[in-house]
Write a protein that binds this ligand. Structure first.
Ligand code: SF4
Length: 192
């Protein structure tokens, strides 16, 4: 069983390699695409997330096979938040990152912030844990939609954006190192 895999279709635009450590995600976002993508019942996906069988052992086999040869980053993950509540107990993501780094592979963690229970302190703590592991981070803010409170415990949009920036600068993430292209001004719109 291969844990590190090449996503197909449009997923490849986000990352050329990925590893899914969990099946299911306790964050239970109602709009989540993952249950459909992995053909899992939504209720089970949200309420009974599990670590994939022998995940660290199987991942290590892939690390040994690819280590030193593969330069493409490995995204954690496409089908769950790698830092979901279950991971606080199992700590698999942390061990997976250590394994990848030990074998000279480049893990990238994709995490979401702005869940209803999030506080500025809890987000900073989680981000620090990942930055201490020297992993690159991609941080998605969960914006509020009508009727859904995704702004955490009184977190303003400014605070969330600042937390996102701090995390991505802190991890030296490529996305934030790219300079924005200069905007060409339409001559006709310049003041005379
Ligand atoms: S955090 Fe991501 S993977 Fe988890 S339920 Fe929400 S959208 Fe799905």
């Amino acid at each position: 069983m291969s844990i590190i895999y090449e996503p197909s279709g449009r997923a490849k635009e986000y990352s050329q390699l990925a590893a899914n450590l969990y099946r299911g995600c306790g964050h239970a976002c109602t709009y989540c695409y993952a249950p459909d993508a992995i053909r899992e019942r939504r209720e089970k996906f949200y309420n009974l997330p599990i670590a994939r069988q022998n995940i660290l052992k199987e991942l290590e086999k892939d690390c040994i096979r690819l280590g030193g040869k593969e330069t493409r980053p490995v995204l954690l993950s496409f089908t769950s938040d790698p830092y979901q509540p279950l991971d606080e107990e199992l700590q698999i993501t942390r061990e997976a990152i250590k394994l990848l780094k030990k074998h000279k592979l480049s893990p990238v963690c994709f995490i979401c912030i702005g869940f209803p229970n999030d506080t500025e302190e809890s987000i900073r703590k989680d981000i620090k844990t990942l930055l201490d592991l020297k992993v690159k981070l991609r941080v998605q803010i969960l914006w509020a939609y009508p009727g859904v409170d995704f702004q955490g415990q009184g977190l303003s949009a400014e605070t969330l954006k600042q937390l996102q920036r701090d995390a991505m600068y802190g991890s030296n993430s490529v996305a934030w190192r790219k300079k924005p292209k200069p905007v060409k001004k339409d001559v006709a719109s310049l003041p005379l």
